[in-house]
Design a binder for this molecule. Structure first.
Ligand code: FMN
Ligand code: SF4
Length: 397
């Protein structure tokens, strides 16, 4: 039997194979963050497709951390009944489900949250939303840490099998970890250990909120690809070691940031027309120029976070390492596990195109996934359109 179909433990849960549905923002929640029938259907279907572990799209833990208009919320108790429905659907089909928790920090807009977005420091203006964030005060930092704990409690109430902290892709935790975003001189910045403090406190907080053994996973960047140095592979190794000392139950590694380097996060084609369509009219000319310059520079490299995985795996000890990014051929997935570069294969876009791909692989009916990394699904969510495979064309914008 292929190693891909052997079980693995994450904390006190066992997943039946090594396939993980990496968090995928669906643009399917209601405008107030509630789970909808479309979301329940999506995850029931993926569970039917035999995915070992399902991590749905990120869930914002506080109203000020809301990343997009139709993102799922876990910021209030009113969200729990909907979240519970989603969990039940996955469990009924024999799957396991872990909630990814996010605070967007500076990676959102005033229009969406009603005030200037917050971040560790008030430096820079990003190139997409032009946000210059407000530096968080100490009491605001403490409140966000508490909010993660309270949200973790809601995940328990909803019946989730575990939680994942989104510390990648330029969101708030990543902002604290990164010397590019974090210029603080107090105990929350100024050294690697201080920049790590926010994630550490969030982990300690959620641990207190969760029952013993319930898995806490972390999604971490191994390279921020920001204009000036952020998290680099060697810094990621340091952070991974500290995460292992904290006893997390699994680390998923990724790269890139949604605002500064989204094409590193999702290597493949640059769908210029579709991405430009998401911009307000006054940003379109410059946006088009920028996107056109990017064409051809981010071709898909299979398993593009595997080199970083090789550096990180040795410091993790027994903690499972899940790797996302560009897995497309079954032989390559097998090899990554056989050679012990990783313990689990995480995928996002392949599941958008083929929710039943794991079952097909198990039945020997697929050697390669059908996703061609055209990135129109990524452009769709930028346009506030629900996530589907748009390889055959995009609706008129
Ligand atoms: C439409 C779309 C939505 C995404 N939403 C999230 C998300 O909510 N949380 C997250 O950590 N990553 C998100 N990602 C990134 C993916 O989880 C993954 O890291 C990336 O797509 C690379 O993996 P792949 O080559 O298997 O697609 C998203 C990617 C896409 C294309
Ligand atoms: S639109 Fe379809 S083929 Fe293109 S990247 Fe997304 S899932 Fe893959």
């Amino acid at each position: 039997m292929s190693i891909l179909f052997t079980p693995i433990n994450l904390g006190n849960i066992q997943i039946k194979n090594r396939f993980i549905h990496s968090a995928t923002h669906e643009v399917m929640a209601s405008e107030t963050g509630e789970v909808t029938d479309d979301l329940v259907k999506r995850y029931r279907n993926l569970a039917k497709g035999e995915v070992g572990l399902i991590i749905p799209g990120y869930m914002y833990i506080h109203p000020l951390g809301r990343p997009y208009k139709y993102s799922t919320g876990i910021h209030s108790d009113a969200m729990i009944p909907g979240l519970r429905r989603m969990v039940q659907a996955v469990h009924e089909e024999g799957g396991k489900i872990v909630f990814q928790m996010v605070h967007a920090g500076r990676q959102t807009t005033k229009a969406l949250i009603g005030q200037t977005p917050i971040g560790p420091s008030s430096t820079g203006r990003d190139p997409i939303n032009f946000v210059k964030p407000k530096e968080m005060r100490m009491d605001e930092i403490q409140r966000v840490i508490q909010a993660f704990g309270i949200a973790a409690n809601r995940a328990v109430e909803a019946g989730a099998d575990g939680i994942q902290l989104h510390a990648a892709h330029g969101y708030l935790i990543n902002q604290f970890l990164s010397p590019f975003f974090n210029h603080r001189k107090d105990e929350w910045g100024g050294s690697d250990a201080n920049r790590f403090r926010f994630l550490k406190e969030v982990i300690l907080g959620v641990r207190r909120a969760l029952p013993q053994g319930m898995p806490v996973l972390v999604k971490l960047n191994t390279n921020d690809y920001t204009p000036r140095e952020g998290i680099t592979p060697s810094l990621a190794v340091t952070y991974a070691k500290w995460l292992s000392d904290l006893g997390i139950n699994g680390l998923e590694i990724s790269c890139g940031s949604a605002v500064y380097s989204f094409m590193n996060m999702c290597r493949g084609d640059v769908p210029v027309k579709e991405l430009v369509g998401s911009l307000p009219f006054w940003k379109k000319p410059l946006g088009k120029l920028m996107m056109k310059r990017m064409v051809g520079k981010y071709g898909l490299e299979e398993g593009y976070n595997l080199e970083a995985a090789k550096m990180i795996k040795p410091v993790l000890g027994k903690i499972p390492l899940l790797v996302v990014g560009g897995f497309r051929r079954v032989a390559q997935m097998n090899e990554a596990l056989e050679k012990r570069h990783a313990d689990g294969i995480s995928m996002c876009r392949p599941f958008i195109r083929e929710p039943l791909i794991v079952k097909k692989i198990r039945e020997g009916k697929a050697e390669v996934v059908a996703c061609v990394s055209c990135n129109r699904c990524l452009a769709a969510v930028q346009n506030n359109m629900p996530v589907h495979c748009y390889v055959k064309g995009f609706p008129a914008l």
